[in-house]
Design a protein around this ligand. Structure first.
Ligand SMILES: [Zn+2]
Length: 290
C-alpha cells in the first residue's frame, strides 16, 4: 500500500518501509534536509527519541524521498525507539497505518483469534471432558488409599515417593484435595491452544504446559502430543492434566526433576524429597491403581 499524504493526520504513526523500497524515488525535492535524527555523539536512546520525533513530524513526501541509506539508519533507530517506548510507534511492516485503522485491525485480530479458539475448543471438548472425568476418578481413588493407608497403599506410595512417612502422606493428600477442587471448577474455558505462540519450541515434543503462577485462570495450554495421547493410563490425557495441574503454585508447586516411569522410580529411591515435588511422580502415582 502506497503512502497517501492526504490520509495522514496529527498523531498518526508512520513506519519507514524496508530497504527494498524502490530506489527510483525522487530525492531531489529537498525534503531530505529536514530529516535530522539527533546530533553526532547522541546515545542510542537519544537517537531513538529523535527518530520518534522525525516520524511524527515528517511529511509523507519526506518519507517517500529518503535515500536508501537514510531510510536504513532511521529503521535502526526506530527499532531502538520501539524497544524504549513501544507505545509511541506501532510496529508494522513497511506501511503507513492511521490510528483508527490500527484499532480496527487490532479488534479484527482479537475477534479472529476468538473464533479460532472457539473452533479449537469445540473440536477437543469431548476428549477434554472425558479426561477431566478420568482424572477425577483417579484422584478420588487416591484419596481413599491415603485415608485407608494399608500395606498395599503404602507400598504404592513408596514406589513413587520413596517414603511412607506421615508428613509425605499428608503432603500428597493435600495436593489430591486441592486438585479435586480444581478439577471440579475446570471447564473447557480453562483450555487454550498451546501449539504455537511464545513457547513455540513446545510444538512437537510437549503434551501441555501451564504457567505455574497462573493461579487466577488456571489455564492449561494443550500441545500436539496431547491430541495423540490415549484417554487413560500411562501418559494419557488424564495423566497429562494431573501432571500440569500439579505445577500450579497453589496446587502442588511441583517441578520437573524427572520424566518417565523409570526415571521417576529411580528418583523415589535416590531422593524422596525431590520425588515428592516432582510432577511426573505425582501423575504416575495417581494413575497407579490397584
Ligand atoms: Zn511439567
Amino acid at each position: 500500500m502506497a503512502l497517501d499524504p492526504d490520509c495522514l493526520s496529527q498523531g498518526d504513526k508512520v513506519i519507514i518501509p524496508n530497504p527494498g523500497f524502490s530506489r527510483n524515488n525522487n530525492i531531489k525535492n529537498g525534503v531530505l534536509k529536514c530529516v535530522q535524527s539527533g546530533t553526532p555523539g547522541d546515545t542510542i536512546e537519544q537517537k531513538a527519541e529523535a527518530a520518534v520525533i522525525i516520524i511524527e513530524n515528517l511529511s509523507p513526501e519526506g518519507i517517500r524521498n529518503l535515500s536508501t541509506n537514510r531510510r536504513k539508519r532511521l529503521r535502526d533507530e526506530i527499532a531502538a525507539a520501539q524497544k524504549i517506548n513501544n507505545k509511541k510507534i506501532s510496529a508494522t511492516a513497511g506501511r503507513y497505518i492511521p490510528q483508527e485503522e490500527m484499532r480496527k485491525m487490532h479488534r479484527a485480530k482479537l475477534s479472529y483469534e476468538k473464533t479460532l479458539l472457539k473452533i479449537w475448543r469445540a473440536k477437543r471438548e469431548p476428549d477434554i471432558k472425558n479426561a477431566l472425568d478420568e482424572q477425577k476418578k483417579t484422584l478420588e481413588a487416591k484419596k481413599q488409599e491415603l485415608q485407608r493407608w494399608d500395606d498395599t497403599d503404602k507400598a504404592t506410595f513408596r514406589k513413587w515417593f520413596g517414603t511412607d512417612g506421615e508428613p509425605a502422606r499428608k503432603q500428597i493428600e493435600e495436593m489430591v484435595d486441592k486438585m479435586l477442587n480444581l478439577n471440579k471448577n475446570t471447564t473447557i474455558d480453562n483450555f487454550v491452544d498451546g501449539r504455537d505462540g511464545f513457547l513455540s519450541h513446545h510444538v512437537s515434543t510437549t503434551y501441555a504446559f501451564v504457567q505455574p503462577n497462573d493461579t487466577f485462570f488456571h489455564n492449561v495450554h494443550l500441545c500436539h502430543l496431547f491430541d495423540k495421547a490415549p484417554a487413560t493410563g500411562t501418559d494419557s490425557k488424564a495423566e497429562t492434566l494431573t501432571h500440569e495441574m500439579s505445577h500450579f503454585s497453589d496446587i502442588g508447586d511441583t517441578d520437573d526433576h524427572a520424566y518417565g516411569v523409570r526415571s521417576c522410580k529411580r528418583l523415589a529411591k535416590k531422593k524422596p524429597s525431590d520425588a515428592l515435588n516432582n510432577a511426573d511422580s505425582f501423575a504416575y502415582y495417581c494413575s497407579d491403581s490397584r
